[in-house]
Design a protein around this ligand. Structure first.
Ligand code: GUN
Ligand code: ZN
Length: 437
């Protein structure tokens, strides 16, 4: 008779995960209506049908019984700003006034480490409350804002990507670095934090208008020097911004081309928005394996425009899903799917729920080149997962009772649910959030 290894954890629920993109592979979905997830030492050991896995368990293994609930990988938000937590939902007529009126003054306060730590802690707990276990996060221009963020994330043992904003012009003086200081500080942060535990560094060009060509070139050189770091920036979000970039960089073929010319397009490069691209841009995104971070709640809130899924798919442009809080209006990736679906509809696209849940899990892991580490329940992945309560509101419970297919159930979840549906969030096998009421 085997003794139960003290670290073996077993969870019974309906289990959902993906091994590929369901838009392009009919075999992509793994669905176990009566399933079991096995976790050992913070890693996935196995996931499958309860009836198949039960006999493999050592005698006496305790099984947490979550029947009626849905167990899936933690969500991955590929673009979000932690310093904008306190200005979410601020009124402004479009991106550029919103940046000047609310965003820049809020970011000023992150020169103070105590403030940065307090906001980082709230932000991370809000992610976990919403079932997000990994995110690609903007900090501010201040290196101490990055130290504060990674310290909090490391203390919670979360897998996070983050970086210091590079911005040496066209912003208030209190938010500016210089071409040289920005890149020097970024390199110091890479050495301090990149691949430390579960932390990863992103070279973070705020957006082309706030960086001189000298700074952009140095950022490109840094990205070449540290090829496994991430790159994150904004591109083609808003028509006024696109015009501004055309004036500032008259020699570039397009906004995206500004980044391309300095070596900022490669795998592990995340480009938020990608609304006002043309097909030549999309082809470059595909050829370089750069990824669009689609931010539907932000694009609707700021009136930036509608992401074109049909064009993205036609050009094989990699896409991922993101909240873009504080331009985005919710930390919930479920609410973000709700907006994503409607943005798709406005362009004549019908996005199946299965595809949206893929985007929020394995799709995000692939965007970060972390497949095999996070994003699904393949053996050896980090045990970052969520338990979803289909009874979390009376309406969701009522609707869930009458859904027929898995697609219908997931679709109702994407359209009707929010943070209240996240019963538990686990990171590396440890419960880091449980809903109390
Ligand atoms: N472009 C430059 N900075 C920002 C920002 O903070 N939010 C969004 N949505 N767009 C930007
Ligand atoms: Zn953003």
């Amino acid at each position: 008779m085997n003794d139960t290894p003290p670290t073996l954890q077993a969870y019974r629920a309906s289990v959902l995960h993906f091994v590929n993109d369901p838009a392009f592979d009919e075999q992509a979905v793994r669905w176990h209506a009566d399933g079991l997830l096995l976790v050992q030492n913070g890693k996935i050991l196995d996931a499958g049908d309860y009836a198949r896995l039960l006999p493999t368990l050592p005698v006496g293994t305790a099984i947490e019984d979550w029947r009626g609930k849905l167990l899936m990988p933690g969500f991955i938000d590929t673009h979000v700003h932690y310093p904008q937590t306190d200005i979410i939902g601020s009124p402004a007529p479009g991106l550029l006034p919103w940046l000047n009126t609310y965003t820049f003054p809020a970011e000023r306060r992150f020169d103070n480490s105590a403030h940065a730590s307090e906001v980082a802690d709230f932000f991370l707990r809000e992610l976990l409350r919403n079932g997000t276990t990994t995110a690609a996060v903007y900090c501010t221009v201040h290196p101490q804002s990055v130290d504060a963020f990674f310290q909090r994330s490391d203390a919670l043992n979360l897998r996070m990507v983050a970086g210091k904003c590079l911005m040496d012009r066209h912003a208030p003086d209190f938010l500016l670095d210089t071409a040289e200081s920005g890149v020097r500080e970024s390199e110091e942060l890479i050495q301090r934090w990149h691949n430390k535990g579960r932390q990863h560094y992103a070279i973070t060009v705020r957006f082309a208008p706030t960086s001189s060509m000298a700074q952009l070139k140095l950022a490109g050189e840094l990205a070449a020097q540290y090829p496994d770091t991430y790159i994150q920036t904004h591109v083609a979000e808003n028509t006024d911004e696109v015009k501004w970039v055309r004036d500032l960089f008259p020699d570039s073929r397009s906004y995206l081309d500004v980044y391309d010319q300095v070596g900022l397009m490669r795998s592990r490069a995340l480009f938020a928005h990608c609304i006002w691209l043309d097909d030549a841009d999309r082809a470059r995104m595909a050829a370089t394996q750069s990824v669009a971070a689609v931010c539907p709640t932000s694009n609707l809130f700021l009136g930036s425009g509608l992401f074109d899924f049909e064009a993205a798919d036609r050009m094989h442009m990699p896409v991922s899903l993101a909240t873009d809080v504080g331009g985005g209006t919710s930390f919930s990736m479920l609410q973000t799917m709700n907006a994503l679906y409607k943005v798709g509809r406005m362009g004549g696209t019908h996005l199946p729920a299965l595809r949206m849940f893929y985007m929020a899990t394995l799709g995000g892991a692939r965007a970060l080149q972390l497949e095999g580490t996070i994003g699904n329940f393949v053996a050896g992945c980090d045990a970052d997962f969520i338990v979803v309560d289909l009874q979390s509101t009376p309406l969701l419970a009522r609707r869930s009772a009458t859904t027929g297919t898995l697609e219908e159930q997931l679709f109702a979840l994407a359209i009707l649910a929010d943070d209240r549906a996240i019963a538990h969030t686990y990171s590396a096998g440890v419960c880091v959030h449980s809903r109390t009421a």
